[in-house]
Structures are given as C-alpha cells and as structure tokens.
Design a protein around this ligand. Structure first.
Ligand SMILES: [Zn+2]
Length: 191
C-alpha cells in the first residue's frame, strides 16, 4: 500500500476497529420487522468511498441489483454457495497471478476495487478480518442473517492460495445481523 493512502486509511481503520470491537460486546440484536427490496439496494453507508469517488453510489447500486435480483429467483442457500465459490476462485487467482503476494496486499486491492476497507486483526493460524463499508451490506437493515458470501470466498481463496492449504471463512458479524461492519473468522478447512 502506498504511504500516502496508508496514512489516510489507517486512521479511518483505527476508528472503525474501535467501534467494531465495542459492538461485539453487545450480544442480542433483533432483526428489522420489515424491509423492502429498495432498502436492500439503496441503503448504503460508505462515507470513505463516497469521499474518493462521487459515483460510488451508482457502483454499489449496480452491484446490489445484480446480487439481489438473482437472489429473488433462486434458492438463497444455492446462491450463497455460488457467491462463495466465485469469490474463492477470484481470491485464489489474485494470488496465482501475482496481484497478491502477502495478505496485506488484499487491503489495497479491496480499496481500489471498492470491495471495502479491509482490516486484518490476526494473521496467525486462525485469521480474523474485518471489512468496513463493504459493498454488499454496508448500510443495510438487520435482515437476520449474514450476507457477504462473496467477500468470505475472496478472503478464504486468498489465504488458501498464499498458504497452500484449504481455508474456510465464516462471517460472524455483518450489517445483515445488526452490526455496522463485517467480521470473518478464517480457519483451516475441517477445523
Ligand atoms: Zn457483511
């Protein structure tokens, strides 16, 4: 990551991380009573990305229309698997083609692509990753389940390819479950 961008983003990440860790202490969150298709497309909260790209809203709306339209016509569980495995494939390719050489490189790629602001909290055998302002869910109501299967797949694909072993990413917190960020726990497959 270039020094200038790193300095700008690192203070944003520090603020988000402080808020996120506080939120995790609070346990129960009730799903919203009702929400519409429009809510899933148009409720967006990405102040950083909007500050660097005035067209960010259009990008997010387009991505979400694509994501949710498939969801409306297909079985949700099948779609989750499809999104995860697509993400996994892309994550692996980013490593095999040399775009990502170490886990930290994922941060810049996620920023440039608008996927989200990636924060790596632990990169030992078990990896903990937060994503702030994620393209899939940032700003969405609490729908009662996690939503970022694509991002989970990308993270697992990157780590698996970097380490030469199969890893699996589980999303533990999401706007979809009432948080204001996404948290992924990545473990070696089968553990
Ligand atoms: Zn999420």
């Amino acid at each position: 990551m270039s020094e200038e961008v790193e300095n700008n983003v690192s203070s944003i990440i520090a603020n988000y991380r402080r808020k996120a860790l506080k939120e995790l202490e609070k346990k129960t969150r009730s799903p919203a009573k009702a929400f519409s298709f429009e809510d899933l497309i148009l409720q967006i909260k990405r102040p950083y990305f909007k500050s660097i790209d005035p067209n960010d809203t259009y990008k997010v709306v387009f991505y979400r229309l694509l994501r949710w339209s498939w969801y409306l016509i297909g079985p949700p569980s099948l779609y989750a698997v499809h999104l995860y495995s697509t993400g996994f494939k892309i994550g692996s390719l980013l490593v095999y083609q040399g775009y990502i050489r170490k886990l930290e490189d994922l941060k810049m790629l996620a920023l440039k692509s608008g996927l989200g602001i990636v924060d790596i909290l632990s990169s030992k055998s078990e990896v903990i990753v937060h994503v702030y302002e994620g393209i899939t869910c940032s700003g969405l109501p609490n729908v009662g389940y996690t939503l970022c299967h694509f991002e989970a797949g990308v993270i697992a694909g990157v780590i698996s390819a970097l380490r030469g072993e199969r890893y699996h990413a589980l999303e533990e917190a999401c706007w979809g479950t009432g948080y204001s960020f996404c948290r992924f726990r990545v473990r070696k497959y089968g553990k």
